[in-house]
Each structure stands twice: as C-alpha cells, then as structure tokens.
Design a protein around this ligand. Structure first.
Ligand SMILES: C[S@@+](CC[C@H](N)C(=O)[O-])C[C@H]1O[C@@H](n2cnc3c(N)ncnc32)[C@H](O)[C@@H]1O
Length: 225
C-alpha cells in the first residue's frame, strides 16, 4: 500500500481530506500500473481539478502516477487558499523536483487548449439549491468551504459542466477519474455518456462512507483502448 501524503492545512478555508479523497487515492493506486503502461512513451500532462489540500496531486507526484519523471502536474482550483495549500503539501512531502503548476481557475478554463492525459476531480457533489458564488474580497473565508462541498441540483451542477467539456480537455488517450456520491445517480450519468457513442465509462471503486456511498468512475474515449 502506498503511503498517504502528510497534510497540514487550515481546514477553516480548505477542504479536509476525507473518505472521498482517500477513495480516489486507492483508485489511483489500483490504476497505477495500467496508467504507467498507457503513458510510458510520452511526457504526460496531469491535471487535478479542485486539489483542495493538495493530497491527491502530491500522492500522484510522489508515486510517479502516471509516469515517474515524465509527468507534469497542473492543479486548478477556484480557491486561492487551496492553491497555497497544494503548494505547501507538495513541499512538505519533498516533491520539489517535480514540476507543479497551481492555477486559479474555474474548472479547466486555465488550460486554454492544452490537452490533458490524466484528469482527476473530486468535485463539490453534495446536492444543494444552488452552487454558491465565490466569496468576494473581505468576505468570510469559510465561505470557500461551501464551494468545496455544494454541487447544486443533484450535486451534479459542477461535474456536469466538466463532463460537457471533457471532449475538449482530454488528449486522444486521456483518462479522467471522477468521484460521485450515490445522490448524483452516477450510473445514469455513466449511461448517458456511453450513449453518446464517444465514451467508455467504468466504475473503478466504490465504498460505503457513513450513510453515503461514494464511487470513482473512469472516463476515456471509446476508441482509445
Ligand atoms: C470536495 S473538495 C476536494 C478537495 C481535494 N481534491 C480532496 O479530494 O480532498 C472540492 C474542491 O474543488 C474546488 N472547486 C469547487 N468548485 C470549483 C470550480 N468551479 N473550479 C475549480 N475548483 C473548484 C474547491 O475549492 C475544493 O478545493
């Protein structure tokens, strides 16, 4: 079992690593060998959306996911606190030799046409009336936490925006790992993506977490395998 990065953040502003974060770590560990084989011949661009504390990006950097010394890491979060935390977590875990670019961004808007080989997202997935707006300067910093959690209708508003852009974000062989809770109705989402003929979608791992069931799905182009 690969070690979990050491994380110490201000959890009044940054999402504290929880069951969902750990499920994604386990899923990436399970996928590590096949990702390594897929991307062994090239420099890979890895992008985590919403890195929060940076635990997942740091885990990928530490363990050479998908490829050791041949991957560069982009970490794109809407929250400036998350970017600072991501930088700190990478530093505390001695990832200094690996290229990391934390970017403040609404989803993948920072990519500006750069294609991503490995995309990871633990989104705000809790169903809520609406997705909160980003707090303005001077507003209570703790409002950033609402943004980390609340996912609007069915908890899917943010994830749906990403899925709509996936075709423009992923490279030809690109793979995305996205976390869902049961209330997001992930099987229906997966079915819809499969039906448009472009995507192969697989459930990689699921786990009960209290009264919630969390799952990680893998998305790649149907013709990529
Ligand atoms: C559930 S937390 C996950 C944090 C971390 N990846 C983990 O697994 O512990 C969701 C993260 O997404 C970020 N986020 C929310 N909406 C976003 C958006 N529109 N664009 C980029 N990041 C966003 C939040 O700031 C937060 O850091």
């Amino acid at each position: 079992m690969l070690p979990t990065p050491y994380v110490r953040c201000d959890y009044d502003t940054v999402y504290e690593p929880s069951e969902d974060s750990f499920l994604l770590l386990d899923a990436l560990e399970e996928e590590r060998a096949s990702l390594g084989a897929t991307f062994q011949d090239k420099l890979s661009i890895v992008c985590e959306l919403g890195p929060g504390s940076g635990i997942i990006t740091t885990f990928m950097m530490q363990n050479g996911i998908p490829t050791k010394d041949k991957s560069i890491y982009l970490a794109a979060d809407i929250s400036p606190w998350a970017l600072e935390a991501t930088r700190d977590t990478a530093k505390h875990n001695s990832c200094n030799g690996t290229y990391l670019e934390p970017l403040q961004s609404d989803l993948a808007s920072c990519l500006k046409g750069r294609e991503v080989d490995l995309l990871v997202f633990n989104p705000p997935y809790v169903p809520a009336e609406h997705v909160p707006e980003a707090p303005r300067m001077g507003e209570d910093h703790r409002m950033w936490l609402d943004l980390a959690l609340l996912g609007g209708e069915d908890g899917m508003a943010v994830t749906k925006r990403l899925l709509d852009q996936l075709d423009n974000i992923l490279s030809k062989k690109g793979v995305a790992y996205i976390l869902f809770c049961a209330r997001n109705r992930p099987e229906e989402v997966a079915q819809r993506m499969r039906h448009n003929g472009k995507w192969k979608v697989d459930l990689i791992m699921h786990r009960k977490a209290g009264w919630e069931v969390l799952s990680v799905y893998r998305f790649c182009r149907d013709n990529a395998i």
